[in-house]
Design a protein around this ligand. Structure first.
Ligand code: ATP
Length: 268
């Protein structure tokens, strides 16, 4: 089962402080997840079924997975990560068995959040698929239906292509809440840049020019901004070491005084 869990899924303790530019979305997802998991009696009182599943959709790299992980950590729920394409097993019947064991663990360790990343990989519209996939879609639906009766498990699916999902999955009682996560605004990009440069040795006047960089990076997702910060760090090292980066590192030379400058970020 380890191969289905993302590396560091539990070690990597993402919190709300690590999520930038998604305040409204954090509140919405939190309400959809936290209330049914932690305070189910609210729904009993109203005589309605609490939400069981949420679909987060939007372009790659905007932080759908990141957000779900932060929420699980913040509310102290057990978090299970399933990567859609990775769980697809070549062994016939293997995928169903994998899913079943994940859902069993979710029930045993409840309250739990099961995140199924790239859900479209395992639940395409049934008319589009061959025999095996069609059976799997049915299996997933019946597993989800089983979860409907569980008070303390929530399924969060993510996809870049909501139209490529079996519509039956989006019916009431299944993943019936949908939230679009879009690319960040300029204010969001600034928050994300601050988060991902927190651990970097930026030159002292960084705060004055990070907003400029946020303005310049229209269309960048969170994942793009992570890459930008990493590239800037590498550029600072190369600038310092010239062509001899390997020799510099091998010599044990002190790099403590290397600062990442505006030029490094602009270059990246
Ligand atoms: P995909 O559809 O490709 O799975 P995704 O929307 O789930 O993408 P993530 O995998 O959550 O995106 O984002 C990739 C990485 O980018 C995260 O691990 C995180 O470091 C960073 N990131 C993305 N969005 C944000 C954000 N809003 N705030 C902070 N970091 C972010």
């Amino acid at each position: 089962r380890t191969s289905m869990l993302s590396p560091g899924a539990s070690a990597n303790l993402v919190t709300f402080d690590d999520v930038g530019g998604l305040d409204k979305e954090v509140d919405q997802v939190r309400e959809l997840i936290e209330t049914p998991l932690m305070y189910p009696h609210v729904y009993d009182h109203l005589g309605i079924n609490p939400p069981r599943g949420i679909l987060l959709h939007g372009p790659p790299g905007v932080g759908k997975t990141h957000l779900a992980r932060a929420i699980a950590n913040e509310i102290g729920a057990h978090f299970l990560y399933v990567n859609g394409p990775e769980i697809l097993s070549s062994v016939q019947g293997g995928t169903e068995a994998n899913l079943r064991s994940i859902f069993e663990e979710a029930m045993e360790s409840a309250p739990s959040i099961v995140l199924i990343d790239e859900l479209d990989a395992i639940a395409p519209p049934r008319r589009d698929t061959g025999h095996t996939d069609a059976r799997m879609g049915t299996q997933l639906l019946s597993l989800l239906d089983g979860l409907v009766s569980m008070e303390d498990v929530i399924v969060v699916g993510t996809t870049n292509r909501p139209e490529a999902l079996d519509p039956a999955l989006r019916r009431p009682g299944r993943l019936d809440r949908e939230l679009l996560i879009g690319p960040p605004s300029v204010a969001g990009r600034l928050e994300i840049l601050r988060i991902h440069t927190r651990g970097m040795p930026l030159e002292p006047d960084a705060q004055t020019w990070l907003p400029e960089l946020a303005a310049l990076t229209h269309g960048y997702t969170g994942a793009d901004l992570v890459n930008l910060a990493r590239e800037a760090g590498l550029h600072a090292l190369r600038r310092h070491a010239g062509p001899g980066l390997r020799a510099l590192a091998a010599s044990g030379h002190d790099t403590a005084h290397v600062l990442v400058t505006q030029d490094d970020l602009l270059h990246a």
